[in-house]
Design a protein around this ligand. Sequence first.
Ligand code: ZN
Length: 143
Amino acid sequence: MNEVESLYQDIIVDHVKHPRRQGLRDGATVESHQLNPTCGDEITLQLVLDGDRIVDAAWTGRGCMVSQSSASILAEQLPGLTAAEAGERIESFRASMRSRGEIPVDEDLLGDAVALEGAAKFVARVKCAMLAWVAAEDALAKR
Ligand code: ZN
């Protein structure tokens, strides 16, 4: 493992050990539950919206480290974004994840999600990494 890979691993482990915004709350505006049966991952994501702006995000789930760290990474960065800004991040992350490593994760836009870049090289892992992001997209579509 090279230095960058071990740094990325540290970010993932940190999010798994100290998940951000975990635990569902009352008063969510929209919610989405997503399953990844091939791995056994499950994510429920809640958003509180004020008009077009996400003011709070919360999630719960179970499954592999990739899916759970990805949910924490995403939930941490959603509050404060407009639906359009969140959509832009979801699309950017999806493009990288589907590129099999051809398109690097945009760290300026996606922050800690850069740690999930390695998942793009493994088809089975892409679904794990995308699960929370699909939940966010689905939740926003319910506005
Ligand atoms: Zn998984």
